[in-house]
Design a protein around this ligand. Structure first.
Ligand code: AMP
Length: 446
């Protein structure tokens, strides 16, 4: 099936052709015609499935077909995203796919100066891509008018709720025209009861689109667990990267502090590494990501929230240095690899403390992930599991994620830092250079 049969205009087909896309992905095949018809849509699609083009292309076409009223350009489409990185990426997609159309777009998110955003909004935009917090700042200053929105997109809605944005979303919805008077599109990788409730309030007789099994991981991703002691994880990671000659690796750490420390240790091991998390300035995050995409930075260590929305084409390796507390995050994390039809590999380094987290993940996936003990890194059976301390009260999900990532407006960075410092016990071993004679796949014991 080609893009031509979806009902898209010549300008959009040209832009799609320039991107080198030969045929629509399954989500695009289903979502594009439904959105073009003006239907509300609730789509279960993981990141990496091509969902951004799935909503952006028909959105652009609808705005272009129903030309804006004369006079001052009102904002006619709003895309809400959970993170700055995702907002930037969706904004980039809107620019790319809309390059042959006379529509204007803007991206607004926190962590950068507000004045250039105000100036851009003042000049008039048709499509606004925003994170909820900064959008509400603009609404408070009356520098944005959302009363003419015709199309609303909630992208990665599950993540927005996980990050504690439900109140912000409600406030934004109150600034929009009646939901009967606009088209509503909700995209989510997972469907909790909370998401269903939100969808119930927001969507009118939606078309339900699901392209991957609910909560399932993309089939093209090869997954493996390497059981290893906590204090040998870094050594094993360096060893794998060096000996298997991985050139571009995204590594997930549970905490900001842990991400920083791991990046520093990997640098000492001779691997170029950078950390990206919620306490880093937007500039530092953008620089780290650009370096990683260019290939200057070989290992990018990220926390879950910072990694959300990263779109790195053909990322071959994702490593869970620590398993996430929330099983759904595992699906999101490994969705960074195997994107848009490419093969990928997701490796998890799992210590005895994390066995319960692993069981929760496998329960969600409804399958076991193969376990491979690596020679020389066998876990010490004498080591007993210790509770994983991940928040002020030590329980996995007790505090809203926004706070855990340092996005909270009420909690100071130093409070975050000290909480992080309490979370992560040190890794004991001295740094070791990865040896070129490291293990080969044949040395792996199954
Ligand atoms: P997304 O799931 O929207 O984050 O998209 C994942 C990646 O797939 C992005 O790098 C897109 O550029 C790419 N992509 C989107 N649609 C297609 C398509 N039809 N064919 C090939 N690649 C695509």
């Amino acid at each position: 099936m080609s893009f031509d049969s979806l009902g898209l205009s010549a300008e959009l087909l040209r832009a799609v052709g320039e991107q080198g896309y030969r045929e629509p992905t399954p989500i695009q095949r289903k979502a594009i015609p439904a959105i073009l018809e003006g239907k509300d849509v609730m789509a279960g699609a993981q990141t990496g499935t091509g969902k951004t083009a799935g909503f952006t292309l028909p959105l652009l076409q609808r705005l272009n077909t129903n030309a804006a009223k004369k006079g001052r350009r009102p904002i006619r489409a709003l895309v809400l995203t959970p993170t700055r990185e995702l907002a930037a990426q969706v904004g980039e997609s809107v620019e790319i796919y809309g390059r042959h159309l006379p529509l204007r777009s803007a991206v607004i998110f926190g962590g950068v100066k507000i004045n250039p955003q105000i100036e851009k909004l003042r000049r008039g935009v048709d499509i606004l891509v925003a994170t909820p917090g900064r959008l509400l700042d603009h609404a408070g200053q009356k520098t944005v008018d959302l009363s003419q929105i015709e199309i609303l997109v909630l992208d990665e809605a599950d993540r927005m709720l996980d990050m504690g944005f439900i109140h912000d979303i409600r406030k934004v919805l109150a600034l929009l025209p009646d939901n009967g008077a606009r088209q509503n599109l909700l995209f989510s990788a997972t469907f909790s009861d909370e998401i269903k409730q939100l969808a119930g309030r927001l969507l009118n007789s939606p078309e339900l689109i699901e392209v991957a099994r609910r909560n399932a991981t993309a089939d093209r991703i090869e997954q493996v667990v390497h059981p290893v002691d906590k204090n040998r994880k870094r050594e094993l990671l360096s060893h794998m990267i060096g000996s298997l000659d991985w050139r571009q690796v995204l590594v997930f750490s549970r905490t900001k502090h842990g991400a920083n420390r791991l990046a520093q240790q990997l640098e000492k091991d001779g691997l170029s590494a950078a950390a990206i998390h919620g306490n880093k300035s937007q500039g530092a995050r953008t620089r780290a990501l650009a370096g990683f995409k260019r290939g200057d930075v070989r290992v990018l260590v990220a926390t879950d929230i910072a990694a959300r929305g990263l779109d790195i084409d053909q990322l071959p390796h994702v490593v869970n240095y620590e398993l996430p507390n929330v099983p759904e995050d595992y699906v999101h994390r490994i969705g960074r690899t195997g994107r848009a039809g490419n093969e990928g590999a997701a490796v998890s380094l799992v210590c005895v403390d994390e066995h319960k987290l692993l069981r929760d993940i496998e329960r969600l996936l409804k399958r076991e992930i193969p376990k491979v003990v690596l020679e020389g890194y066998e876990p010490d059976p004498a080591i007993r599991a210790e509770p994983i301390r991940n928040g002020r009260n030590g329980s996995g999900r007790a505090q809203p994620r926004k706070q855990a990532e340092g996005h909270s407006r009420s909690r100071s960075p130093s409070a975050n830092r000290s909480a992080d410092a309490r979370r992560q016990p040190g890794s004991g071993r001295p740094a070791q250079k990865p040896s070129a004679s490291g293990f080969a796949r044949g040395q792996v014991r199954r």
